[in-house]
Structures are given as C-alpha cells and as structure tokens.
Design a protein around this ligand. Structure first.
Ligand code: HSE
Length: 400
C-alpha cells in the first residue's frame, strides 16, 4: 500500500480525495499498488466530513512519517507551499501539484531537488486543468523540435469572454459565477489581469525549450478593458475575442506574451468556449497538434493531480525525466513583433486616423459616435507611435 498525503483541503484538494475514492479500483490497478490517503493537511477542521479523522494541522506529522511516499500539494501560492514542497522532496517524497505559481517560480530548482533525492516533482494540473499537456510535452512529443505554442490557458477569463459574447453579460456578474463554480483564483485579479495565463505559458515555454522562461519577463495584458462594444465589432468582422498565451521560437528569437486577441472563425481556438482550455503545439515534424478539455474546476484539476500520483506510484525510487534547466532564456521584446490591429477612435478622428495609419480597412458595425478600422501589418512599436499621435479609444491585436 502506498501512503499519500494531501496538503490543502480546498477546491482541488477535496477533489483529489474524491477522485482517489471514486475511481479507487481503476487507480489502484493502474498504480500497481493500492493508494491510501493517510493525511489531509489544513488549518481548518471539517466536522462531519467523511475524512475528518485524516485532517492534521501540523505539516511535520506528514513530513516526518516515512510511510508517506507521495504528497499532493493543492494549497496554491508560494508560502508555505515552497517550503513544504522542498522539505518533502529532500526527504524523498514525490510531490504532485496544481500550484502553477510555485512551478513557474521555482520549477527547475524543485525538479532538480526531486531528482537528486530519487523522487519526482510532477505538475500536470498546473496548466490547462484536466487537459494532459505537460505529459505530452515531456514524453510524447520527444521526437519534435517544438517551435510554437498558442493556448487559451485560463478557464475563468474564457468563461467570462464566452458569456460576454453570447449573452452580452456584464463582467462582474460573470466573474461571480466563475468564482461560485470554483474556476477563479482566490484573488481573481490573477485571472482577469492575465497573470495566471502568464505563469502557465511560462511553464509550457520552459518545457518547449528545456530552459527557464521567467514569467516576470513575459508581456502580459488581461481582459479588463474588453467591453460589450468590442464584441459588437468582433461579430461584424466574423471574429471573436480570446485571451491567448503564446510563445514562439523563430530565427534564434524567443517571443512570449499574453493578451486578448481577435481571432476568426477558421482559427482552431475559435470554438473553445466557457471553462474549456486548449493548447496548440507546433512541432517541426508533426506540424500542429491540439489539446482540449476543461481548464479549471475541482474534478478536472484533481484528475490531473491524481494522474501524477499514479505516475509517481509507478516510479517509486525512480526518476521521471523532465528537461527544464535553471538557465534563463532571454526573451525578445514584443516591440518588433508584427501584426494587424483593430482600432476604435471617436468619430471626429476619422480623417486624422486615416491620415496617420494610411491604409486602413473600415469596420462597419452598429456603434454610433465611433470610427473603427483594421490596420495593415505593422510592428507594435510603429503601432504605438501612430496610436499615440491619433489618440485612440482602444485597440485589440488580431491573430493570424
Ligand atoms: N483560475 C484558474 C483558471 C484555475 O481559471 O484557469 C485553473 O488553473
């Protein structure tokens, strides 16, 4: 029997316990040995909960117990998760986590400590909720040189944008629904400002190049400035608006960014709605492949954590390879990246905008008092200069 401990009995932690209990037979068969949840660490008590007798408040009870071989860290945040994880790995206990913040900040260090101590630090649930994406990058696409990843990596913002598009719903109201469904972060700023997607693309980008892509270096813009009017224009253009996280390696340059983009109906991510996430991976031999599923929520995320527990159970005392060196990648700034932009200006600025942007494609929509257009392909730097000269209401980048 393999003893497991769960750190944090919140949304994901309680999901881990539920998945292990409900799919006991399947999981035990696939692990090759029976798994037993010995401890659940939380500051709170859970009177009446079927697992109340497993709840402990002192992490040392878990870390000092040689029987515990696998720990699920579902606490989130850096403190005290970093300290607990490090101590667990140093004592040879494998750790499976959904904590993208910790993986993005300390991934290479924790992987190395795990390997030095013949155990594993696995983080399938840290990106894309229940979608298998870390394992495909680590084990399946090993014959590929991966040169681009584009994804919808945050369930909360995709849920909000989808509802805004379909129902014309207000931002605050939909955010509340996402929180009630257990999709949003405790502080939803991390979702709506793009920080969560930024950490996730940093993790994927690091696995893509085998070195460390620092999330702090990634240009990040959230969805708080997207309005119902933007969707009126998007519809008129046969497009929708999605928060995309991208990274691309081209001619020795490495670009990464998170921002809302307008995408058209023929884009593979166009139909990815609600809490669903999807990741498009481009490899030099395979070409495009896409991974799709529920990107947030208790059971999908817990399922990914438990898939890692099974992997650890199958590899007790053995190291599962993961190529993510501590050496930092130097990212190329987005200033030189070229694309088209959708732009809104007040109606009085129509002539001036045409004069400054020269060649524009006018967007006709049922919006009064405004002039809207799509620019030619230009660099971010050029665009910013022109936009500043005219004084625009807003702009959204166009993908593809
Ligand atoms: N808040 C995150 C999201 C949870 O909405 O995607 C899953 O990482």
């Amino acid at each position: 029997m393999i003893q497991v401990a769960v750190l944090g009995y919140g949304t994901v932690g309680s999901g881990v316990v539920e998945v292990i209990e409900k799919n006991k037979e399947e999981i035990n068969k696939k692990s090759g040995e029976e798994l037993n949840i010995k401890y659940i660490l939380d500051l709170r008590d859970f009177p009446g909960d079927p697992y109340e007798d497993k709840v402990v408040h002192d992490v040392n009870q878990i870390l000092d117990d040689p029987e515990v071989k696998i720990i699920c860290e579902t606490m989130g945040g850096l403190k005290p998760a970093y300290d607990f994880t490090k101590r667990a790995l140093l004592s040879g206990k494998s750790v499976c986590t959904s904590n993208k913040e910790l993986v993005a900040a300390h991934g290479p260090e924790l992987i190395q400590i795990a390997h030095e101590n013949k155990c594993n630090y696995l983080f399938e649930a840290s990106v894309g909720g229940g979608i298998p994406i870390i394992r495909p990058l680590n084990y399946s696409l090993t014959a590929e040189k991966i040169d681009a990843i584009t994804g919808i990596l945050n369930g909360t913002t995709n849920y909000i944008l989808s509802k805004m598009e379909k129902e014309g719903a207000g931002f605050e109201e939909v955010l509340k629904e996402a929180q009630e469904k257990g999709y949003a972060e405790r502080n939803p700023e991390a979702d709506v400002e793009g920080y969560d997607a930024c950490r996730k693309i940093a993790i994927l980008s690091s696995l893509m190049c085998g070195k460390n892509v620092k999330y702090e270096d990634i240009y990040t813009e959230g969805i708080t400035k997207i309005t119902a009017t933007d969707f009126i224009y998007a519809h008129a253009m046969g497009k929708t608006i999605k928060l995309l996280a991208q990274s691309k390696e081209e001619d020795g340059n490495f670009y990464a960014m998170v921002a809302p983009f307008m995408i058209s109906r023929d884009h593979p991510l166009y139909m990815v709605n609600d809490v669903f996430n999807a990741v498009c991976v481009h490899g030099n031999m395979l070409g495009d492949s896409m991974y799709y599923g529920r990107g947030a929520g208790k059971l999908p995320t817990a399922s990914a954590v438990v898939s890692d527990v099974v992997d650890c159970a199958r590899h007790i005392g053995k190291v599962i390879m993961c190529f993510w060196d501590a050496e930092d990648v130097k990212l190329t700034g987005i200033d030189e990246a070229s694309r088209r932009f959708f732009v809104r200006v007040s109606a009085e600025k129509e002539r001036e905008a045409i004069a400054v942007f020269e060649s524009v494609r006018v967007v006709e929509a049922d919006v009064s008092g405004e002039f809207a257009f799509v620019t030619d392909v230009m660099t971010e730097k050029e665009f910013n200069k022109k936009a500043e000269a005219v004084g625009i209401i807003s702009r959204i980048r166009i993908e593809g």
